[in-house]
Design a protein around this ligand. Structure first.
Ligand code: GAP
Length: 513
């Protein structure tokens, strides 16, 4: 069986081969941790964004969207705490000269311990068969409990040291755990240092008058500074939300995991403005809502888990990640943060403008609390793409590579294929294509044997192939082949649109939330 690294390599090469993702400026040897989306990638990304937007904005009458600028007044980042506190703890290995995030080194070590727990579970499941009770096993098996206690202890200590800015203890922890550099294999580490992740740039023509700016490291602040504009112009009543999708930039040091950690990426964020004191209730509600959004796509319930934060960001009083099982293990996909009144309160102080809401029920004004949901669009892309890519053994001892993207997200919904390039079949196929293209992205393909064309569409993730053959000329029927089951159905040509619509319509998928 292929190991994690091989699977991940396959994901990256497949994304390139089928026009999903390319390295940025590849002809100049690329730019590290920056990527371009190709002809299929841009469609998949757009569909994920739209799936999020519909779930958050269109289906919630108290959530509205905005599109704030990437450039913001520099004081924004002072007020938000990013100038002083948006740092990563870094450590260098003196032998390989490679730089790492110290917390990631420790977390990877913990992931290995958790991997041992998973192995114990698999072994026991095999041994006990149908009578295996996973929950009971996790709660009682001494070896598992020992591993779990070790993992929890390490994370707790890491959280505490980071919170106290005790970087010497982070180094000590790395040394105590015997963590080695993956490149040199040595434990020859430097001290741990903090490094600010924001990219700086300048606004203005001359050196003296230029103003120092930052590229925004999160989209959230564009929402906070517009809180009153939206509240007043939209006559919004608390609780209400403001949603936004857009680019964010971070000078990531450890940027080796393809589009998982990029220097330029896109976020989909929503700030939900609430009455102080109700944050716990909304935190639980949004954790559940967001997990249900993920589950509605059918990527597999086992691929998700919550991770509650020990170490809280400077703005939060509670925070959890929705983690996804990526090819390199469970990692953060989305964050749900109870941000208190930190941001609005701080912008009030720095701007000297009141950012308060008059609550008619309470008959008083207050700075609202904020519950945030924040997901990386590129990371969501990777979750969808990597879990969809499968090598399937077929009955005739061959394998097929199939990209089982949720049909609602697939870049192209159907391929129209004339069985042969003659006898009037291409004309009928073109006519069908011209009709379908008003509703969906469709492609036409007449090159090679039809079996090879099916395989091509499987690999690119097209959920339906519609084949026009000689029978079509006689009775106006075509075959629809379903990507996932490879089943073929003979249907009337005028039924094709309805059959595809039912499977790709966002309404059908979003109703599962
Ligand atoms: N406004 C809160 C915020 O930005 P975050 O946990 O730093 O919180 C939110 O980021 C989400 O953005 C993450 O869960 C992740 O999906 C995505 N993200 C963060 N850094 C990223 C990066 N360098 N590359 C790709 N996605 C990233």
């Amino acid at each position: 069986m292929a190991n994690q690294e091989d699977i991940f390599k396959k994901v990256i090469s497949h994304a390139k081969e089928y026009g999903y993702i390319f390295q940025s400026s590849e002809i100049y040897d690329g730019l590290s941790a920056v990527y371009d989306y190709g002809q299929n990638g841009v469609e998949l990304k757009k569909n994920i964004r739209e799936y999020w937007w519909q779930a958050m904005v269109q289906l919630n009458d108290n959530i509205v969207g905005i599109d704030a600028a990437i450039f913001m007044h520099p004081t924004t980042w002072k007020a938000s705490g990013h100038v002083d506190a948006f740092n990563d703890p870094l450590i260098d290995n003196k032998d390989s000269k490679k730089r790492y995030r110290a917390d990631v080194l420790v977390e990877d070590h913990v992931a290995k311990i958790e991997g041992k727990i998973e192995k114990e579970v698999k072994k026991a499941a095999k041994r006990f068969g149908d009578s295996f009770d996973k929950k009971q096993f996790l709660e009682t098996n001494p070896r598992v409990l020992d591993y779990q206690a070790k993992a929890d202890g390490i994370l707790k200590r890491l959280g505490k040291s980071l919170e106290n800015e005790d970087l010497a203890d982070v180094k000590e922890l790395i040394e105590e755990l015997g963590i080695v550099c993956p490149i040199s294999g040595s434990k020859n580490w430097t001290d741990v240092k903090q490094f600010n992740l924001m990219f700086g740039t300048k606004l203005g023509a001359t050196a003296d008058s230029a103003m120092d700016l930052y590229l925004r490291p999160e989209t959230a602040q564009g929402i906070f500074v517009n809180f009153l504009n939206v509240q007043k112009s939209g006559r919004m009543k608390i609780p209400f939300g403001i949603a936004q999708t857009g680019k964010a930039f971070r000078n990531e040091i450890v940027a080796r995991q393809f589009i998982f950690r990029m220097r330029e990426f896109e976020q989909m964020e929503m700030q939900y403005f609430i009455k102080p004191g109700t944050q716990k209730e909304w935190y639980d509600t949004w954790k559940e809502k967001r997990l249900n959004w993920h589950l509605s796509l059918g990527l597999g319930e086992d691929n998700y888990r919550f991770h509650d934060h020990e170490k809280l960001a400077h703005y939060a009083d509670a925070a959890a990640d929705i983690e996804f099982r990526f090819p390199f293990g469970f990692k953060e996909l989305e964050g749900i943060h109870s941000r208190t009144d930190f941001d609005l309160g701080s912008h009030e102080k720095f701007s000297n403008k009141k950012l308060q809401y008059f609550d008619p029920e309470e008959n008083k004004s207050y700075v609202p609390y904020v519950l945030e949901t924040s997901i990386g669009l590129d990371r969501m892309f990777l979750a969808v793409f990597s879990s969809a890519l499968q090598e399937e053994a077929l009955e005739n001892n061959t394998t097929r590579t199939v990209l089982k993207l949720p049909a609602v997200l697939a870049p192209t919904k159907a391929a129209v294929l004339p069985l042969l390039k003659r006898d009037g079949l291409p004309e009928v196929a073109h006519k069908l294509m011209d009709d379908l293209k008003w509703d969906f992205n469709v492609v036409y393909d007449e090159k090679d044997a039809v079996g090879r064309r099916y395989r091509r569409q499987d690999a690119v993730g097209t959920p339906f192939c519609v084949t026009v053959d000689h029978q079509t000329l006689e009775d106006e029927t075509v075959t629809i082949r379903h990507r996932d089951t490879m089943e073929q159905q003979r249907v009337k040509i005028n039924e094709v649109k309805g059959i595809i619509s039912k499977e790709v319509d966002m309404r059908y998928w979003l109703q599962r939330i």
